[in-house]
Ligand binder design. Sequence first.
Ligand code: SAH
Ligand code: SF4
Ligand code: F3S
Length: 509
Amino acid sequence: MNEKQRLENTQVNPSDKKSAKDYSKYFETVYMPPSLKDAKKRGKEEVKYHSDFKIDEQFRGMGDGRKFYIRTYGCQMNEHDTEVMSGIFMALGFEPTDSVEDANVILLNTCAIRENAENKVFGEIGHLKALKRERPDLLIGVCGCMSQEESVVNKILSKHQHVDMIFGTHNIHRLPYILQEAYLSKAMVVEVWSKEGDVIENLPKVRKGNIKAWVNIMYGCDKFCTYCIVPYTRGKERSRRPEEIIQEVRHLAAQGYQEITLLGQNVNAYGKDFEDIQYGLGDLMDEIRKIDVARIRFTTSHPRDFDDHLIEVLAKGGNLVDHIHLPVQSGSTEILKIMARKYTREQYLELVRKVKEAIPTVSLTTDIIVGYPNETEEQFEETLSLYREVGFDSAYTFIYSPREGTPAAKMQDNVPMEVKKERLQRLNAVVNELSAQKLKEYEGKVVEVLVEGESKNNPDVLAGYTRKSKLVNFKAPKSAIGKLVKVKIIEAKTWSLNGEMIEEVAEVK
Ligand code: SAH
Ligand code: SF4
Ligand code: F3S
């Protein structure tokens, strides 16, 4: 169906300021819009585990002769969801394509974390309008975290009628049904679940690359930091069973993957939702370290739940890398309190002390938000001083962005944008200074690099990462790709290291 037909069908006047619910009367098809209010609730119902995912026979062949394209925004969680959706597309008979022009289905897997992330997506939705006009049979879908927001769904409904389907983060396994609806229906298909407590196993996956892999260990977040939209877009915390995770990691190891990253929005809360067993992230890491895979990472850690048992296990080293991403957000106890991070500056520093004592070679990276509502100059300076005190290797730094529906968005804010920007620059100057110092220390040293491929800027050079996630560029034969090699560092650049390969450490299995 083309855009004109849809507009006639739905008779929505784009200038109408209607709520999503008002639109329901126009739709004959699936219409299940999100509700931030429902998404906020955390029920006591048990997490349901579904291990029986399979593609229904009626959908087989749906993709024959058709191609799909997925553009992914946001965090690793979204990247991994894209791998699952790719798996479903392929199981339906679709082929992947790198070009929107070639695609029969285009999905935008979106991120809602900050306003500029959302603006990028709306820009892209706008661009796709011309393509849809040219090829009315093209299906365009919006999924991921933005789909979980009422305001986004309302905006797409009223301003972007060329979108064919909107679905959320909890129902990607429903993709075959949603596609079928979109092919058959005249109206936009909207299926967003605002409350979810389920874990679906056995989803097909087409992983990007064969060197590194992501493995979800838990979904959702119950922390409700006052600025953050994730607990609304990803639902309540629910852990995958350890045996499922261990089996997946073993399987990846057997396939020759060299590095596994365990994923969750707050991995340190892993296992807290189990009622039948006492089992946490430390226990899981202790099992996984025995699996024959070169490197194991996890992200993201919340300082609050980082317990001594986990530190003890990480200190055993082996394939557990000595790099921890430990978002601090602010160095001011007062700001941390308003953020509802539930730790103080001192508690964070104490955790860092314990981690460094147990793992002396550890490298720490972090996330920081500047310009929180009413942040004072002194409070900001506490962030700068904490950054130096910890001696982070690097950081992702952000200007606070109000997210509709979160408590912080309702706060009065007396910090002008100019001041926020200036604070970000000052923080970035410190981040860059320390990163450069840390990189300089590598000159003349030998590091282990997992070779990922050709360098982005120069195909004659190979690139890979150290155990501490430092990017290394070096000349070596292409046969080194996918292997662990030893590289002597010759020169530290601003963001990366240049070196010479000395030897291979291990053969790929
Ligand atoms: N679950 C992870 C982080 C998820 S979001 C954790 O708790 O550490 C990644 C980062 O985005 C956060 O650490 C935070 O620094 C930043 N962020 C989240 N919400 C934001 C907002 N409203 N404005 C600016 N930055 C934000
Ligand atoms: Fe957001 Fe906080 Fe949860 Fe991280 S821990 S996802 S910052 S609410
Ligand atoms: Fe963005 Fe959702 Fe990840 S909001 S950061 S894609 S969990």
